[in-house]
Design a protein around this ligand. Structure first.
Ligand code: NDP
Ligand code: BG6
Length: 511
C-alpha cells in the first residue's frame, strides 16, 4: 500500500505524538509496581481499566514484577475479583495468541481489598497487606492508585492515600478521572485540597479521549499537511459540529451519573478537549507544555455559556424492552439530570470570529458514534448550480467506531452527463493501515504513560480552570429549580427536537 512506503520519524520531543512505548519501557520493566484500582466493582474499572491493564501485560509492557489490587466497599473475595476480571475482559487481545496462558499468569497477581474511601484505616490495612506481602520481596515497589470512583470521593481517597498509601521506597502516582470538580468554585476547592496532599508531579488528571487514535491525529492532520491550515478559519469554515452518541443508557451508573449529567460527563471534558485541539493555534513545538499553552489560549477565548446556548433532554422508555432514565435504579423520581445536551460555542479570536462550534452528547440514542464535522462555506459565484445540498465541502473525522477521515466533495457523475453529485475522498483506517485493526484502547496508552511518568496526555490545571469558566454559568442557570425541565426523547431515537431547533438558528443541520 502506498501509505506503507513512507514512515516519518517523529522528532525526539513531543511525546504526545510519538510512540514512546519501546523507548522507556526497558527501564520501566525492571521497576516493580503495585496498581491499586479504587472503585474496582464499578463500570469504568470493569469496562476499561482491567482490560487495559491485562492488555499491557499481554503485550509485555507492564513491569515484570507487579501486583494488582482492587479496592472498593462491595464485599468480594480474591477469587470473585478474579472472576470479575475474567468476565469483563472484552479487550482486543481476548482471542489473541496464548491469551489463556497469559491470563493464567496474570490472575494470580490480582487481589481484592474491601475498604471504604473515607476510612483511613482501610487504607492503612491495604498498606500493611502490601508491605508484608508483595513488597517484602520487592522493597522498591512504586504505587499507582487509579481512582475509578465518583468525583465526590476523590478528596477523601487522595487524603487517605497520602496518609496511609504512599510507596515507602518508590514513586506514588494517582490517576484522577474526570469530571474534576462540579463547577468552577468546587474545582478550585478540589484543586487546593488535592494540592495539599499530593504534588502536581504525583497527580495525573485523565481525559481518555485525548488518547483516542483519531484525536491524537488531529494535530498531525492540521499541521503536517499544507492543504488544511490555509482553510482553517472563519473565511472558509461555516460551522463545526462535534458529536458524541451512545446507544445505551445510564444502566447501573446512576450513583455517579445523576450527580453529574451529560454536560459534565462528556461536554466539559471530552468534547471540549477535542474542540481545543481543532481550534488552537499551532504550538511552538510539540512539547507537552507548548501544546497545553495553546489549548489554554483558545479555551480562554471562548465566551462563557448561558442556558440559552443549550438544548437539554432526558430519555424515556421507548417500549417495554427499554428502561427510561427515571426507571433506572438509584435515579430520584424527580431527577432533572440531562442525559442529552447540545450547545453552541463561540470563540472570540481573529481565526474563529462568527463561526459556530456546535457540540452534542447523548445517551440512549440510535447509535454509538463520536465524530467531528467541519463544514466549509459554499463556493462563491454561480458557476455550478446548487446540487442536492452537496454544495458544501465537509471534512469528517470519525473518532469511533470505524476510525476514518473523509472529505465530501462535489464531483461530476461519470459518463455523458454533466450531473454532479456528492462524493467522498476516504481514509478508512481499517483499509489504509494493517495495524489499525488492532488500535490500542485509549486507557492502555494512558496507564502506560502513568507508569512511565509521561504527562502530555493528561490535563493541566489551567485547562480545567478555563473549561469550568466556560460551562459554570450555564450549569448554574440550567440547574436552578425554576429552569424548564429537560425535553423528553425516547430510548434508541436520534434525540430531541430542541437540539435541531438550536442548530437551525445557526443554519446547521446535524448529520
Ligand atoms: P460507578 O457508578 O460504576 O462507580 C464506581 C464505584 O464507586 C462503584 O462500583 C462503587 O463501588 C463506588 N460508588 C458508587 N457510587 C458511590 C457513592 N455514591 N459513594 C461512594 N462510592 C460509590 O462509576 P464509573 O465506574 O462509571 O465511573 C467512575 C469514574 O470514572 C467517574 O469519575 C467517571 O467520570 C469516570 N469515567 C467513567 C467511564 C465509564 O465508561 N464508566 C469512562 C471515563 C471516565 P463500591 O460501592 O463497591 O465501593
Ligand atoms: C466516560 C463517561 O468518560 O466516557 C461515560 O463517563 C461514557 O459516560 C464514556 O460512556 C465513553 O467513553 P468511550 O471511550 O467508551 O467512548
Amino acid at each position: 500500500h502506498p501509505f506503507h512506503t513512507l514512515t516519518i520519524d517523529p522528532p525526539d520531543h513531543g511525546l504526545a505524538l510519538m510512540d514512546s512505548v519501546h523507548l522507556r519501557n526497558a527501564k520501566v520493566r525492571g521497576e516493580p509496581v503495585a496498581i491499586i484500582v479504587l472503585g474496582a466493582s464499578g463500570d469504568l474499572a470493569k469496562k476499561k481499566t482491567f482490560p487495559a491493564i491485562f492488555s499491557l501485560f499481554y503485550h509485555g509492557l507492564l513491569p515484570t514484577h507487579f501486583v494488582l489490587y482492587g479496592f472498593a466497599r462491595s464485599p468480594m473475595s480474591d477469587d470473585q475479583f478474579r472472576e470479575l476480571i475474567l468476565d469483563t475482559l472484552s479487550c482486543r487481545v481476548i482471542d489473541g495468541e496464548r491469551c489463556q496462558e497469559k491470563m493464567n499468569h496474570f490472575l494470580p497477581q490480582c487481589f481484592y481489598h474491601q475498604g471504604d474511601y473515607y476510612d483511613a484505616t482501610s487504607f492503612g490495612n491495604l498498606n500493611d497487606v502490601l508491605t508484608h506481602g508483595f513488597e517484602m520481596e520487592h522493597p522498591k515497589t512504586n504505587r499507582l492508585f487509579y481512582l475509578a470512583i465518583p468525583p465526590k470521593v476523590f478528596e477523601a481517597s487522595c487524603s487517605n492515600i497520602s496518609i496511609n498509601g504512599r510507596a515507602h521506597n518508590g514513586w506514588t502516582r494517582v490517576v484522577v478521572e474526570k469530571p474534576f470538580g462540579h463547577d468552577l468554585p468546587s474545582y478550585r476547592d478540589l484543586r487546593s485540597s488535592l494540592a495539599s496532599v499530593l504534588t502536581e508531579e504525583e497527580t495525573f488528571r485523565i481525559d481518555h479521549f485525548l488518547a483516542k487514535e483519531l484525536v491524537q491525529n488531529l494535530m498531525t492532520l492540521r499541521f503536517a499537511n499544507v492543504i488544511f491550515e490555509p482553510l482553517w478559519n472563519r473565511h472558509h469554515i461555516k460551522s463545526v459540529q462535534i458529536t458524541f452518541k451512545e446507544h445505551f443508557g445510564v444502566e447501573g451508573r446512576a450513583g455517579y451519573f445523576d450527580h453529574v449529567g451529560i454536560i459534565r460527563d462528556i461536554m466539559q471534558n471530552h468534547l471540549l478537549q477535542i474542540l481545543s485541539l481543532l481550534a488552537m493555534e499551532p504550538p511552538v513545538t510539540l512539547c507537552a507544555e507548548d501544546i497545553r499553552d495553546e489549548k489554554v489560549k483558545v479555551l480562554r477565548a471562548i465566551q462563557p455559556l448561558k442556558a440559552s446556548d443549550f438544548a437539554t433532554a432526558q430519555y424515556a422508555a421507548k417500549d417495554s424492552r427499554s428502561k427510561g432514565y427515571l426507571e433506572d435504579d438509584g435515579v430520584p423520581q424527580d431527577s432533572r439530570t440531562p442525559t442529552f445536551a447540545s450547545c453552541v460555542l463561540h470563540i472570540n479570536n481573529a481565526r474563529w470570529d462568527g463561526v459556530p462550534f456546535l457540540m452534542r452528547a447523548g445517551k440512549a440514542l440510535d447509535e454509538r458514534k463520536t465524530e467531528i464535522r467541519i463544514q466549509f462555506k459554499h463556493v462563491p459565484g454561480a458557476l455550478f448550480p446548487v446540487t442536492n445540498g452537496a454544495e458544501h465541502n465537509e471534512l469528517v473525522i470519525r473518532v469511533q467506531p470505524d476510525e476514518a477521515i473523509y472529505m465530501k466533495i462535489v464531483s461530476k457523475v461519470p459518463g455523458l452527463t454533466s450531473r454532479m453529485e456528492e462524493a467522498r475522498l476516504n481514509l478508512f483506517y481499517r483499509h489504509a493501515w494493517e495495524e489499525s485493526k488492532d488500535i490500542p484502547d485509549a486507557y492502555e496508552r494512558l496507564i502506560l504513560d502513568v507508569i512511565q511518568g509521561e504527562k502530555s496526555l493528561f490535563i493541566r490545571d489551567d485547562e480545567l480552570e478555563a473549561a469550568w469558566t466556560i460551562f459554570t454559568p450555564a450549569l448554574e442557570e440550567l440547574e436552578d429549580r425554576s429552569a424548564p425541565m429537560p425535553e423528553v426523547y425516547h430510548y434508541g431515537t436520534t434525540g430531541p427536537t430542541g437540539s435541531d431547533v438550536l442548530a437551525e438558528k445557526y443554519d446547521v443541520h446535524w448529520s
